[in-house]
Ligand binder design. Structure first.
Ligand code: COA
Ligand code: ZN
Length: 304
């Protein structure tokens, strides 16, 4: 049995692209409901420019008003020094910095090259460290780039190593646009063995092409035990309009629990939260597990 840690990212990765601006009090209620489900971490919001991500322009209020459950790490995405200052002022427990493993995706998302991002993030890691705040770094496009295709595993290793050597507390390998396949997941994690502590490296999968659960299993079998996931599979891909979002948290937790792994998540409670997500974003979200219920939910025999 493996102890699997699950980080809930729907309030940030899920909501950042939604058409409907989710009112601030509804975001707070969503995070509060997730706080009672047993997650290791919750990514609450992002301290990005409001022009870049208008959906999360209320980061300060959300961070201030949520109920903090002891034991849950409340994190937020931070792209630069300005974001770091805002996040620390808002008493974020841990910062989640972001850069891409692909040059063109980094320019598209952050408006600068990777070398400049790396230098800035190392500065953020140092400055946050002075205040005793830890930084995780999410590496976008670690399994492929929508503009460049294959991303060499050696490039991912080079960037991850530089960040860890500079004081980052952890690395998240992101399949930002759902390009990973199980063999590619194994190849990257095998390459990173010896460079990173795989058991404390987070794997962040998107289900854009329906391979997220297969990829999660491949990651688990390659030694990963920390996963980002999004309640109700909220999220999307800016380069594949209409595509499904992040790996669905309840489906991932259900799979791990069926396999006998401990997640610490109260699945019944999480399913009730997931069932309310379509109303939050005012659109339908196909959800097989919410529709069918968990596999241990037995049904009465039909009357003969
Ligand atoms: N918080 C708030 N405002 C910020 C900010 C931050 N972290 N960083 C920059 N800004 C503001 C600047 O003050 C400036 O405002 P002004 O035009 O009123 O003076 C404006 O944003 C542009 O600043 P600049 O430094 O030129 O940044 P940019 O336009 O090159 O944008 C980023 C760079 C990284 C800030 C922006 O692209 C961004 O926030 N991207 C978010 C990416 C993201 O979250 N993607 C999804 C998740 S991976
Ligand atoms: Zn993502």
């Amino acid at each position: 049995m493996t102890r699997v840690l699950v980080n809930e990212v729907a309030p940030r990765d899920g909501l950042q692209m939604e058409q409907r601006f989710v009112p601030t009090h509804e975001k707070i209620a969503f995070v509060d409901a997730l706080s009672d489900c047993g997650f290791a971490k919750i990514e609450v919001t992002s301290f990005t420019s409001a022009r870049a991500i208008p959906a999360l322009a209320d980061a300060e209020v959300v961070m201030r008003e949520i109920r903090r459950v002891p034991g849950v790490v409340y994190t937020a995405l931070v792209p630069n020094l300005r974001g770091m200052e805002r996040a620390i002022e808002s008493r974020v427990d841990e910062l989640n910095l972001v850069m891409s493993c692909s040059e063109s995706h980094n320019v598209a998302n952050l408006r600068m090259g990777r070398a400049q991002s790396l230098a800035q993030l190392l500065q953020v890691v140092r400055e946050a460290g002075h205040g005793g705040v830890l930084c995780n770094v999410s590496l976008s496009c670690a399994f492929g780039c929508p503009f460049e295709g294959e991303v060499p595993v050696d490039e991912v290793a080079r960037i991850a190593l530089a960040l860890m050597a500079g004081g980052a507390a952890g690395i998240t390998l992101c399949d930002t646009t759902g390009m990973a396949d199980p063999l590619g997941v194994r190849r990257l994690l095998d390459r990173l063995h010896g460079t990173l502590a795989i058991d404390s490296t987070t794997v962040h999968l998107h289900d854009t092409r329906g391979m997220a659960l297969a990829n999660a299993l491949a990651a688990l079998e390659s030694g990963a035990s920390r996963f980002d996931a999004s309640c109700a599979g909220l999220g999307g891909c800016p380069y594949a309009p209409g595509a499904s979002g992040n790996v669905n948290t309840e489906t991932l937790v259900h799979m791990f629990q069926c396999m006998g792994h401990a997640t610490g998540i109260d699945l019944a409670r999480l399913l009730r939260v997931a069932a309310r997500v379509p109303a939050l974003v005012a659109r339908a979200l196909p959800n097989a597990l919410v529709a069918a219920g968990p596999r241990d939910a037995l049904h009465p025999l039909p009357a003969s």
